[in-house]
Design a protein around this ligand. Structure first.
Ligand SMILES: *Cc1c(COP(=O)(O)O)cnc(C)c1O
Length: 383
């Protein structure tokens, strides 16, 4: 049952402009639809955006994490430190290469890995850290890289949500070790599905390219060698053309997302939801690209659970999401010995976090409507 006549507002909606749609049609007519000239253009544009570092594009963000781990030579016996509050991609790929995921609890304000706790998780078996920039909010990259240098750890930045974000005036992707982006339909720019890995050395990029296409290297007209177990992770030219059109609008998209995030803070201030104890994200309009606007519900102060809250938002014509449930409590990870109680901040926030609508085609009035709905529901269910 719906209590509104307004159109449904999803929490995210992909954006592909008309110029890009026309470009896609040209690619489809060009006679070359799989990986080719559009993929090369997309990689060149991404490289230019990332300080001219080597870049390879892939058909997902998930596989870029696996490939970065393989390039770094990480496998059985190695430990990789990551966050329990994220999508399962990074931790699954750590397991996929045979390494052991080591979770460190999050900072409840930034909702990213807690840098104060990270050091104590480092052992003689640690090989890498995979930080995740939840909702596009980067971590303190100076501190993170200093720590990695001290302990000689590789960094694989899971920046799936952080294209357009920056730290200390530098873009995420512009510096550092491996940086991974995703171009899934819900991300800040999209190639429908897709991803990219930013590296430092051409020999790493050559390896990435081999892992991307069955481990094959070609030479001359008929030369071919296979000397590594590669998979099939290449991006089609059709998808690359979508990505190019989307990347061209990144600055505009980020500006609009920041404007909408500011409106959220303005409308929430002084309202029933704040009085009732909801937690807002860190108020950062410089570093974050505002991939998501996430609130944490005051579950101990209201009579409803998160699912009821989401259902009541839906009755008001508003979509919401959950990003994320704590990874260590999934069956696969419980079977590896992780238990409830190990990471209390990730568990509390994982139970109560809700993603509100935020995408560039939204208006300030849409934000007002969402905040009003949250205020009504929190007010009505306070105990
Ligand atoms: C989306 C996302 C991924 C996975 O990207 P895909 O392109 O869907 O494989 C990984 N990590 C995080 C944090 C993400 O948000």
């Amino acid at each position: 049952m719906s209590t509104t006549s307004l159109p449904f507002l999803p929490f995210v909606r992909p954006y592909v402009d008309e110029e890009t749609i026309a470009g896609v049609i040209n690619v489809l007519r060009s006679g070359w639809i799989t990986t080719g000239p559009q993929n090369a253009r997309f990689e060149a544009a991404l490289s230019e955006y990332c300080g001219h570092r080597p870049v390879r594009a892939f058909n997902s963000g998930t596989c870029t994490i696996e490939i970065a781990l393989r390039i770094a030579g990480i496998g059985p016996g190695d430990e990789v430190i990551t966050t329990p509050l994220s999508w399962v991609s990074s931790s699954n790929m750590i397991c996929e290469v045979g390494a052991t995921p080591v979770f460190v609890d999050i900072n409840p304000v930034t909702r990213n890995l807690d840098l104060d706790k990270l050091e104590s998780a480092i052992t003689s078996r640690s090989r890498a850290i995979i930080p995740v920039y939840l909702a596009g909010m980067p971590m303190d990259l100076d501190r993170l890289y200093a720590l990695a240098r001290t302990y000689q750890l590789r960094l694989i930045e899971d920046a799936a949500q952080a294209l357009g974000s920056s730290w200390n005036g530098q873009r995420v992707g512009e510096r550092g070790d491996f940086v991974s982006f995703s171009f899934h339909a819900n991300k800040n720019i999209t190639s429908i599905e897709g991803g990219a890995l930013i590296m430092n050395h051409d020999h790493e990029a050559q390896l990435a390219q081999k892992y991307r296409l069955q481990g094959i290297t070609r030479t001359g007209f008929d030369g071919m060698e296979c000397d590594l177990l590669g998979g099939k992770y290449n991006l089609t030219d059709v998808a690359a053309r979508v990505g190019l059109g989307s990347l061209a609008r990144l600055d505009e998209i980020t500006a609009q997302r920041r404007k909408l995030a500011r409106a959220y803070f303005t409308y929430f201030s002084g309202g029933a939801a704040i009085a009732g104890g909801i937690e807002l994200p860190p108020k950062d309009f410089i570093n974050s690209n505002w991939h998501m606007f996430q609130i944490v519900l005051p579950l101990e102060r209201i009579r409803i659970k998160r699912a009821n809250f989401m259902a009541q938002m839906k009755e008001r014509g508003i979509g919401t999401g959950v990003h994320y449930l704590p990874i260590h409590l999934f069956k696969l990870y419980q079977e590896r010995g992780f238990k409830l109680g190990m990471f209390p901040h990730a568990e509390r926030i994982g139970r109560a976090i809700v993603t509100l609508p935020l995408f560039p085609q939204m208006t300030i009035d849409d934000v007002s409507r969402v905040v009003q709905a949250v205020n009504e529901i929190i007010h009505h269910h306070q105990q």
